[in-house]
Ligand binder design. Sequence first.
Ligand SMILES: [Zn+2]
Ligand SMILES: [Zn+2]
Length: 339
Amino acid sequence: MKSRRRPYSEQRPTDIGDGVWSVPVPIPGNPLGYTLIYAIESPSGPVLVDAGWNHPDAWLALRDGLSTAGMDIREVRGVVVTHFHPDHAGLAGQVRQESGAWVAMHEADVALIKNLHEIEDDVRRDSQAGMLRRAGANTIEVEEVTAHRMRPPALPDRILHDRDLIDLPGRRLRTVWTPGHTPGHVCLHLEDTGRIFTGDHVLPGITPHIGIYPYDRTDVDPLGDFLGSLEKVADLGMLEALPAHEWTFQDAAARARAIGAHHEEKLLQLAALLAEAGEPLTIWEVAARMTWNRPWEDLPSMLRGMAASEAAAHLRTLEVRGVIGRTPGVDPVRFAVHS
Ligand SMILES: [Zn+2]
Ligand SMILES: [Zn+2]
């Protein structure tokens, strides 16, 4: 496939038809470059899908981009946030302040944000450090990863559930709950056009981060959820995809199937890796042996933490499927294939 990757500097607000505009908003200092905010026209003011990173440059890009589209940020009716990540939810609070818009998000991500608002920083750091140690991280890695803290986004004032219709007069914008990348990630099906806003769930060139936090959790299976959510999108049939990063593309279902196949392949490789090891491995050891976009030795601690979380999500799915198990009574946690 010809690469359509273009830097933020080459992105422009674009009328993509059916009363929908895409407005690129920069993510300062992030290789993803930008979030595509979508603005849907309505007689009572535009509704936005996502809002962008909370940064003055991003705010200006959003305000001016909407103005290019003939829309006034002070007249925004509502913001539907696909998930709580800062490149999506970051500016939602400021848009609400400026316009009186409602902000809507799925209940599972609302619960996460509430938690982030309530947790004390030292409690957060202790529990994160414990998680890293139990996964086999070393002292330096634990210190470097726990040093970071993100300011949580504003709490939404409307809570979404699967299949809810969004408050958008004259249009049919349907919530499609697609947990995996986050527990409350949603796609939004614009049913009167055959298009779907896919957030980070289905992207044309990359696959979203699927992690598990804490890494050794046994009550959830985010990758299993993600694979189910990919099928859910595929089952909607051929829809044009309007993703939050990269570029729009024709067939969301085909891409969803391809991403699912990619993870099934990764699961097979992981099971083989554990079988070859001949002894139970920690999450950290597994992550160090998996293939990433650069050698493990070159990954900074923060990215090692994300890689470990991704490894842990794949381990958990293999465990749920009965392919592998964790060795009882050991710390750090260790996994092995069932003999
Ligand atoms: Zn995300
Ligand atoms: Zn994103």
